[in-house]
Design a protein around this ligand. Structure first.
Ligand SMILES: [Zn+2]
Length: 446
């Protein structure tokens, strides 16, 4: 289209030429002639801006059936950075073979970046591969895609995440493990005052892991590969170190000699508190043992009222339905070992309610005496356990702290282990636990 010559006759009557109308006409024409070319450049510019390229540029974008291929090249003679220290380097040493990176999709088509990396001569590090602004040095996917995958992997199984992004399971595993490594290196480490040590089982109780929580911030601090003294020691020596151990005030845990020994050794001033939920668990086990041995002893006809009584006895009484209450009261009318066990269990629970330490201690002493006279061996065993751990049980009244604060986290770990049949190794399972529960930061997109 030709540019229309400026015609003075078209001037508005009165000869007033407003500046807007005079400029408007020719520029509109220029815009029209440039527009076709403009759209072609646009996608390259768009991708260049999205990747925040400064020393690189997008030379070409090609569309295939499966991918959108983005070709990247160095921009003029702009300085490249060292891949190790990220310092700008004057000299380029050589050109490497073309490499590819997967990126997030543009609508349906996944992006694939192609670039021939340079090796630069870094004054500090020597000859090194340059730094890529779009990806970590080792990665075969861009940081943006890696972060999107890692975020989804917190909610879904690794298999499900892989399906969502058209990757394979192994790539997702690598991305998550790298993200966890990064997160552990870069996470904030404020002083810790109260921790809870717990264990989780993998493969239906065959393999145990030790987990340590920060009870104040309700966040996972550490996962260990076993529950032995040797394995848990690493938490105090490697994760905490001597300086950070000093701020520890309360350590909440199960009555497990290995843990107590470690705490006394590495954080001697910290108060050991045996976890309420673990104590109740041991108590319930005693009740269950009494019930089971009685069931073995009773004849088939005598068994009838006790059938399916396990939950009646273990449940809190206020949670029972009226029908269940009825059945419980029939049971109670018989003075059997099962009933004695039930009463003992219920009266023990009062201990948690006391506000005054002296009263709480009094209650516990009385209870232990009556339990010893109950002629129930599992309870005698339980009392012996309590007696040898009293210094870690009585502080409950003052501290009122338990691993119950992180109960949700424990359930989350269980769901992580359930949803992934694919954790072939403890390493992967540990990475997944850290990834879901430790609130680790993800790599920053530059
Ligand atoms: Zn360097």
């Amino acid at each position: 289209m030709l540019r229309k010559p400026f015609d003075w006759k078209e001037l508005p009557v009165g000869g007033q030429l407003s500046s807007t109308s005079a400029r408007f006409y020719p520029s509109k024409l220029f815009a029209r002639t440039r527009r076709r070319k403009g759209t072609e450049v646009l996608i390259e510019t768009f991708i260049r801006k999205q990747l925040r390229l400064k020393a690189h540029t997008v030379t070409k974008v090609e569309e295939t059936e499966e991918f959108m291929v983005v070709y990247i090249d160095r921009l003029g003679r702009r300085l490249l950075r060292c891949g190790v220290c990220r310092q700008r380097c004057q000299e380029v040493h050589d050109l490497r073979r073309e490499r590819e990176w997967r990126d997030l999709s543009m609508r349906k088509l996944p992006l694939r970046l192609c670039y021939r990396p340079r090796r630069v001569e870094c004054p500090r590090c020597g000859v090194r591969v340059e730094d890529f602004p779009w990806a970590e040095p080792w990665a075969r996917v861009t940081t943006a895609l890696a972060n999107a995958v890692a975020t989804l992997a917190r909610e879904l199984s690794w298999q499900g995440t892989a399906r969502q992004y058209g990757l394979n399971w192994k790539s997702v595993a690598t991305i998550v493990k790298r993200a966890v490594e990064y997160g552990l290196r870069h996470r904030a480490r404020p002083p810790v005052h109260a921790i809870g040590i717990d264990e989780v089982s993998r493969r239906k109780g065959q393999v145990y892991l030790t987990v340590v929580y920060d009870l104040e911030r309700r966040v996972l601090l550490w996962v260990g590969e076993d529950r032995t003294e040797e394995a848990v020691k690493k938490f105090f020596t490697e994760e905490m170190g001597r300086r950070r151990c000093r701020t520890l005030q309360v350590v909440c845990m199960d009555m497990w000699a290995a843990y107590a020994k470690l705490v006394r050794e590495h954080a001697p001033h910290a108060q050991i508190l045996f976890d309420r939920f673990h104590i109740v668990k041991h108590l319930n086990e005693a009740v269950e043992e009494v019930r089971r041995s009685e069931m073995r002893r009773l004849s088939a006809r005598e068994k009838v009222p006790f059938k399916r009584s396990r939950w009646l006895l273990l449940k809190n009484p206020w949670n029972l339905t009226s029908d269940q209450k009825e059945r419980l009261s029939t049971l109670v009318r018989w003075n059997t070992p099962i009933v004695r066990a039930y009463y003992l269990k219920e009266s023990f629970q009062l201990f948690w309610e006391y506000r005054r330490p002296s009263r709480a201690q009094q209650h516990l002493q009385k209870w232990m005496n009556s339990a010893m006279r109950s002629r129930l061996d599992p309870f005698k065993k339980f009392v012996r356990m309590l007696r040898s751990h009293l210094d870690g049980i009585l502080p409950w009244t003052k501290l009122r702290l338990s691993n119950g604060a992180v109960e949700g986290m424990n359930n989350k770990i269980k769901s992580v282990s359930h949803r992934s049949f694919g954790f072939r190794s403890a390493k992967n399972f540990i990475a997944a636990i850290y990834h879901c529960c430790a609130r680790l930061p993800l790599p920053v997109e530059r």
